[in-house]
Design a protein around this ligand. Structure first.
Ligand code: PLP
Length: 397
């Protein structure tokens, strides 16, 4: 019964399940406190108090049919207006409610926009290492994923290779900054160069190429690092934002797309994307959560970034002291560590013997590295240090 398109996904799913099962198995034998699971990107910092307050206030103050009802497929106008206003204040943009489309998180936002713009066979470019689901999302609309190989010097995109790989079939490019899995923030210079290349190619081909900026980690940047706002560099940009990480609400499924007026055929794209939201079966983003977001923005709510920052520093310093090498992440909650041996899967298996669960870089099209998600308790990081040290010693670091 299962379709040919789904079968490989089912097989691949078992790899992830295996890791999950392995974690459970180790925890049952050695106790959960002696297993160091760094595999999942599930925020451990709680949602800010404003979220709970907003939920209670809304349920008490607002009329219930409104709170739980359908609305326009693009979302509540006042919520969209509040988001637009907040973006304008922070990034000097000029958005209005008609540029904001509420989505069921970034995953859904990406699917909505890909459904809106892709013809079968259109190419969508990504920069390795990249979030593995992009391949599935592009495949949903029979697009072809084109992978640009990683620049392991600083993990900024490899723009030389990018330029060479753009073809007349290139319809979109996905970037993700701050990046999962490297934690790198793309610099202003990178974005300028990327925009320059795309503008030249648009002129050459006489057609638009959409830059999709996937931004679930926008608010998770450390040391005062600024994350440049991509619409300011390239007019054919669509932003996919999510509150999964910025307000620790991954299970609530709430985010938005920004479709700027400057985008080619902007109004048509917005209308088509609203319909895509409907026909993909989302219909609209969760009603209560939309209203919560409005209140949280008005109150300036944010997650406790200091907790992630503390984890980042402890882990980065701990691992580099052990002899591991790793680029210091400026954002998100991941560390991308160089495997001491070429086959990082072997390294992950050895790590598991020390009860350390890490994700191989080949899952992000970047073999030779492993991802460590530090959205875990500080205590877990402290407890895991002897295990990392023992692992490093095994490799003679
Ligand atoms: N994009 C990236 C790079 C991610 O890491 C994730 C989730 O981890 C998503 C998109 C999906 O986020 P959401 O929960 O908003 O669908």
């Amino acid at each position: 019964m299962v379709s040919g398109k789904m079968k490989p996904l089912v097989e691949n799913n078992s790899v992830i399940r295996e890791m999950f099962e392995e974690g459970k198995r180790l925890a049952a034998i050695y106790g959960p406190e002696n297993v160091y699971d760094f595999s999942l990107g599930n925020p451990n910092v709680p949602a800010p108090d404003e979220v709970k307050e907003a939920i209670l206030e809304i349920l008490q103050e607002e009329e219930s049919t409104f709170v739980h009802g359908y609305m326009s497929n693009a979302g509540y106008e006042d919520v969209r207006e509040t988001i637009a206003h907040s973006l304008n204040e922070r990034f000097g943009t000029d958005f209005g409610e008609n540029n904001i489309l509420m989505t069921v998180g970034a995953a859904s936002g990406l699917n909505v926009i890909l459904k809106t713009i892709l013809e079968p066979g259109d190419e969508v470019m990504v920069f390795a290492p990249y979030f593995v689901e992009y391949g599935n999302y592009v495949g949903n609309y029979d697009g072809a994923l084109v992978v640009v190989s990683p620049n392991t010097i600083d993990f900024q995109p490899n723009l030389e290779e990018f330029k060479r790989k753009i073809t007349e079939k290139t319809k979109a490019v996905i970037i993700n900054t701050p990046n999962n899995p490297t934690g790198v923030v793309y610099s202003e210079e990178t974005l300028r160069q990327l925009a320059g290349i795309l503008e030249d190619k648009e002129k050459q081909f006489g057609r638009g190429i959409v830059l999709l900026s996937d931004e679930p980690y926008r608010e998770l940047a450390y040391d005062g690092v600024q994350v440049p706002y991509v619409t300011r560099y390239y007019k054919d940009t669509v932003v996919c934002y999510s509150y999964s990480k910025s307000l620790s609400l991954p299970g609530e499924r709430i985010g938005y797309l920004v479709i700027p007026n400057e985008l080619q055929d902007s109004r048509q794209v917005f209308t088509a994307a609203s319909i895509a939201n409907r026909v993909l079966g989302c219909v609209n983003a969760p009603s209560l959560m939309q209203r919560v977001i409005k209140r949280c923005i008005e109150k300036g709510a944010s997650v406790n970034l200091a907790a992630y920052d503390r984890n980042r520093n402890r882990l980065y310093e701990g691992l580099t002291e052990c002899g591991f090498s790793c680029i210091r992440p400026e954002g998100a909650f991941y560390l991308f560590v160089k495997s001491p041996v070429e086959d990082e899967r072997e390294f992950c298996s050895r790590a598991k013997k020390h009860h350390l669960l890490l994700v191989p870089g080949s899952s992000f099209a970047c073999p030779g590295y492993v991802r460590i998600a530090y959205c875990v308790s500080y205590e877990q990081i402290q407890r895991s240090m002897p295990a990392f040290r023992a692992l490093a010693e095994e490799y003679g670091l």
